[in-house]
Write a new protein. Structure first.
Length: 409
């Protein structure tokens, strides 16, 4: 294998997540600053809609007919062009949301494509892919720091989050990655000549093979817990801006530092705790985070908010990554990809979609005709997903009994 391949794939992954982090964290503050405060949940609705549709695109078109690097390049180029026009439609909220949907339709399939390209061109997936993938987390961190410490030089009397600069940065980075993708190693369509179906793409056939009482409880719990989780991605950046943080994008990037740290520790904890305790710790961390946010707001305790953001590592790694490991261990080679796709559909797709809408309705009920929530309203807002998550964690803890062999991790 070419020695330069790992750095090239790492650069691809860095840009892949730099692009996502740049607009995803800031869009709520931008919409609030442009008289769309009651619509901030919609970007976090169209994102999971695209996540649901993406498997059809990947499974029926990209995986069967076109080289991966070419599809990756075309989608990022097209997405970059669309994102350039998004900030120009703030006077038409419907068109603004439609363009964000179009952008996400281009972007979400690239998450799978970049993984496929990396896996196809490395020799030792278990050792080499984590090295490549961690640059995605670094890219997300750098996006927050770039907004807070570089773009701030181009604005006066406002946060860069409230300007179109993060979206223009996303557009430029998308076009850059689009062009760069055509220089990546040729990766032929992985499913060329294979027959496929909607059931296969959605992972329904895989679910039918895996289903047992405990696996069904895991899937139901994963779906349900994703509903309150959506409130964090949508409203945490708005929350920390409202309570007075001067660099909200940089503050949010602390969560990715935590994610990197706990990612390294997952094998250590998995071997000692097992899948059930790991998932419970993950769910419990979300509850603790929301409680920190709730009681920090009226007390003005910034340290509690910082701790809540830093809990992202436990929240994400112990729940999402552990869930992926569990599904992988329950699957065989023939259905592994379908099973992982089904988990993504249930969590990032259906769960986050419903969660974004519920969180939006809840936020708007508190907001009314005001421009922002009061500290006491923020307290009441965050307590609701915390209580919901407590109920789901209790259901999972009382009913899930499955085990996997820890020595295989």
């Amino acid at each position: 294998m070419n020695k330069s391949l790992i750095p090239r794939l790492s650069a691809m992954m860095f840009l892949q997540f730099f692009i996502w982090g740049t607009w995803y964290v800031t869009i709520g503050n931008y919409m609030t600053a442009n008289n769309m405060a009651d619509l901030t949940h919609w970007p976090y609705t169209v994102n999971p809609i695209a996540a649901i549709i993406a498997p059809f695109f990947i499974g029926m078109i990209a995986d069967r007919y076109f080289a991966t690097e070419k599809v990756l390049g075309i989608l990022h180029l097209l997405g970059g062009v669309i994102m350039f026009f998004v900030p120009q439609t703030t006077d038409n909220p419907t068109l603004f949301i439609v363009l964000l949907l179009a952008y996400n339709m281009c972007y979400m399939p690239t998450l799978s494509l970049s993984n496929t390209l990396a896996f196809h061109n490395i020799q030792d997936q278990e050792k080499q892919f984590p090295v490549i993938r961690v640059f995605g987390t670094i890219g997300w961190i750098v996006s927050g720091l770039f907004i807070s410490y570089v773009l701030v030089s181009f604005v006066t009397d406002t946060l860069p989050d409230a300007t179109p600069l993060p979206m223009y940065t996303t557009a430029i980075a998308s076009i850059l990655l689009g062009a760069y993708s055509f220089t990546l190693p040729h990766t032929p369509p992985p499913a060329a000549g294979e027959k496929t179906s909607a059931r296969n793409i959605l992972g329904i056939d895989a679910f039918n093979q895996l289903k047992s009482k405990s696996f069904i409880i895991f899937i139901i719990s994963s779906f349900l817990i994703s509903i309150p989780l959506a409130a964090y991605y949508n409203f945490a950046p708005i929350f920390i801006t409202n309570v007075g943080f001067e660099k909200p994008a940089a503050t949010m990037s602390l969560g990715q530092f935590s994610e990197m740290f706990f990612m390294i520790l997952i094998p250590f904890f998995f071997a000692r705790l097992g899948v059930k305790k790991m998932l419970i710790f993950g769910m419990g961390s979300w509850i603790l985070r929301y409680l920190f946010f709730a009681f920090a707001a009226p007390a003005g305790a910034f340290w509690m908010i910082v701790v809540g953001v830093l809990l992202h590592g436990l929240c994400y790694d112990f729940f999402f990554v552990t869930g992926q490991i569990y599904v992988d261990k329950k699957s065989n080679a023939a259905i592994r990809g379908q099973a992982q796709g089904f988990l993504v559909l249930v969590t990032y797709g259906a769960g986050m979609l419903i969660g974004a809408q519920i969180a939006g309705i809840l936020y708007n009920s508190f907001l009314g005709t005001a421009d922002a929530l009061t500290p006491e309203q923020w307290k009441n807002f965050w307590i609701i997903p915390a209580v919901f998550a407590v109920a789901i964690m209790a259901f999972f803890g009382l009913t899930f009994t499955d085990k996997v062999k820890n020595k295989e991790v």
